[in-house]
Design a protein around this ligand. Structure first.
Ligand code: ATP
Length: 374
């Protein structure tokens, strides 16, 4: 198929195919050539994949804007007549599962086919049944739990990892199902979904959202995504615990995360404090926690490098030996340095603990510890 036909099918706003295709990277995965959009451009989402062999387009997942204050952020984001649905936002990683030529594949946000996630999705979800009836749909899910190769947030109710389907979209246009239809369809196939806190008109949604955030914060969970009933408009808002957890993570690998990452989390927390923390004691407590989430992890990182330990993101994964092998290869292809910490068998599965080595942080900390100057 010609490039201008793809431009048309994508409904891209680019004037010429080259305008769009200059941001497209060619990758070879699962035995096929995939063209992947590496950044959101011309109305097309980052991670959008074109599989030329089968002429399939798998649309990327859209970026979700964030409000920094609930009032008036929420009522002004939605239109007056809209019905707002409050759903839990889970902390894992975004997976799009789509059937390419009948074969279900799990794409990461940036458009890689992850062999591990694909294997787990096929094991844990009734994908064959679903795609026989809905071949043109994409399941958008979060893979959560302590044992995933990309995220580490713990959920009390999850021992290893599980999928939660938070959206079902048209594979090519990205058009979502309404929240009601999606929840019903997921129930039909027994796909687990994020918790639904309730529905409200935009002007009445602030109170229940705040109550949901307080409950989630107390439970150490991430936050909410508010959705218009038709599933088209999404906005997110997160808890104090989440802001501090992400800061602690960034400062545990201080020279691997951009300053924007850190600054944006502090800004979120400051706006939340201004809106929520009416009394001084509450603000004092937040300030204390914020400081701890910055200083303690960074001091630990310095001490770890001093002691000659590896620093980086630690992950545990389990699965059949072939899939685990393919995952390691997949991570190394992305130029990550992987240190294996343990490799064992349990109940016929290979269980691997590894570290994605944070080389920039390790090297910079070492340099300063050796007396280097800034
Ligand atoms: P952006 O949305 O701007 O690209 P990001 O990649 O940093 O930002 P997050 O801040 O984590 O992403 O927020 C969006 C992600 O939240 C979605 O891509 C999805 O993976 C995840 N998510 C978790 N729960 C839900 C939910 N209930 N509804 C929609 N998305 C959810």
């Amino acid at each position: 198929m010609e490039r201008d036909e793809y431009l048309e099918r994508l409904e891209a706003t680019a004037e010429t195919p080259d305008d769009l295709f200059e941001h497209v990277e060619e990758r070879s995965t699962a035995g096929r050539t995939h063209h992947v959009l590496t950044a959101a451009r011309h109305g097309v989402e980052r991670g959008t994949v074109i599989v030329e062999e089968t002429e399939t387009i798998v649309r990327g997942y859209p970026s979700i804007p964030r409000v920094l204050v609930l009032d008036p952020g929420v009522p002004s984001f939605f239109d007056d007549g809209e019905n707002v649905v409050i759903e839990e936002k889970l902390d894992g990683f975004n997976v799009r599962i789509a059937a390419v030529d009948g074969e279900p594949l799990a794409f990461t946000r940036s458009g890689y086919v992850c062999p591990y996630t694909t294997g787990r999705a096929r094991d844990r979800l009734p994908l064959e049944d679903f795609f026989v009836t809905h071949p043109e749909k994409t399941l958008c899910a979060e893979l959560i739990g302590p044992e995933t190769p990309y995220s580490t947030h713990d959920y009390e109710e999850i021992d290893t990892h599980e999928f939660r389907v938070f959206d079902v979209r048209d594979r090519e246009s990205g058009e979502p199902l309404s929240v009601v239809d999606r929840r019903r369809l997921c129930e039909e196939y027994e796909f687990a979904q994020p918790r639904l806190f309730g529905r409200a008109t935009p002007s009445d949604a602030v109170g229940p959202t705040r109550a949901a955030i307080e409950e989630l914060d107390a439970a150490g969970r991430e936050g909410v995504v508010l959705k218009s009933g038709d599933g088209e408009r999404l906005v997110k808002y997160t808890t104090e615990t989440q802001h501090h957890e992400e800061l602690a993570y960034a400062f545990s690998l201080p020279f691997d995360h951009g300053r924007d990452f850190v600054f944006s989390r502090i800004v979120r927390d400051a706006f939340q404090a201004a809106e929520f923390d009416a009394d001084d004691d509450r603000l004092e407590e937040r300030a204390h926690d914020l400081g701890e989430s910055i200083l303690r992890p960074m001091v630990s990182a310095i001490r770890a490098v001093e002691a000659g330990e590896t620093i980086g993101e630690r992950h545990t994964v389990r699965g059949d030996p072939e899939t685990i092998g393919a995952l390691l290869e997949h991570l190394r292809e992305q130029s990550l340095t992987i240190d294996l910490e343990s490799d064992r068998r349990a109940d016929g599965e290979r269980v691997l603990e590894f570290v994605k080595v944070a080389e920039s942080s390790r090297d910079r900390i070492r340099y300063y510890l050796d007396g280097g100057t800034r």
